[in-house]
Write a protein that binds this ligand. Structure first.
Ligand code: PRP
Ligand code: URA
Length: 215
């Protein structure tokens, strides 16, 4: 289940299960263990929507009853690229749906003063240019980290790029659209705005700290 938005490249995954789980994640009383489980489950549900356009081809199967022509995936190659560190929480859920996907890592953190992304790591599958890319990160705030990740991937040959986030701020969506308007964005929610510290309001706080219990 998805909802259209004012932006043609943005899809909100508004399935009731998704919205229910996201509400539990937002609650400050939710601890790290449950938060991690919910990030994983939401990532899987998002991947289900983000892969909806994958091509199918015919195949012939012998059922216990008869031979029939049915459908299988047309050999799509996928790369899952978490933005470290919070994006790591979304990887396992997607791999459960797409076990043949390869995983690359982009290490970025947001400088707390400038709010600009700082790169510290990048390791991608060698054939990234032949793969459908799913960049994953729970939060799209100013959009600086997502745009930097897209640029790294483009420089290394990635073509088809999708961005999967759990919560997006309108500011981040606009930033991604202006730096890379051919990236499809999937989110569970579009929140109100950013506060003076660049945090999403109402948001869920610092996703990395909540995932890994570092605060
Ligand atoms: C968070 C989040 C995104 C980024 C979003 O990571 O996981 O990567 O901020 O903000 P932006 O859209 O303004 O760039 P953070 O920099 O806190 O690093 P962490 O995942 O290591 O905690
Ligand atoms: N990063 C987070 O983890 N949360 C926000 O609200 C903004 C950036």
């Amino acid at each position: 289940m998805t909802a259209k938005t004012a932006w043609d490249n943005v899809t909100v995954v508004d399935h009731p299960l998704v919205q229910h789980k996201l509400s539990i994640m937002r609650d400050e009383k939710t601890g790290a263990k449950e938060f991690r489980e919910l990030v994983k489950e939401l990532a899987m549900l998002m991947a289900y929507e983000a892969t909806r356009s994958f091509q199918l081809v015919d195949t012939v199967v012998q059922t216990p009853v008869t031979e029939t022509t049915t459908k299988v995936l047309a050999g799509k190659k996928v790369a899952v690229i978490p933005i470290l560190r919070a994006g790591l929480g979304m990887v396992d859920g997607i791999l459960e749906l797409i076990p043949a996907a390869k995983v690359g890592h982009v290490g970025l953190y947001r400088d707390p003063e400038t709010l600009r992304p700082v790169e510290y790591y990048c390791k991608l599958p060698e054939d990234i240019g032949e793969r459908d890319v799913l960049i994953v990160d729970p939060m799209l705030a100013t959009g600086g980290s997502a745009c930097a990740a897209v640029q790294f991937l483009r420089e290394r040959g990635a073509k088809e790029i999708n961005l999967l986030v759990l919560i997006a701020a309108p500011e981040g969506i606009e930033e991604v659209r202006s730096c890379c308007d051919d990236v499809n964005i999937y989110t569970c929610a579009i929140d109100s705005h950013l506060n003076d510290h660049g945090y999403i309001v109402p948001g869920l706080g610092d996703a990395g700290d909540r995932l890994f219990g570092t605060k």
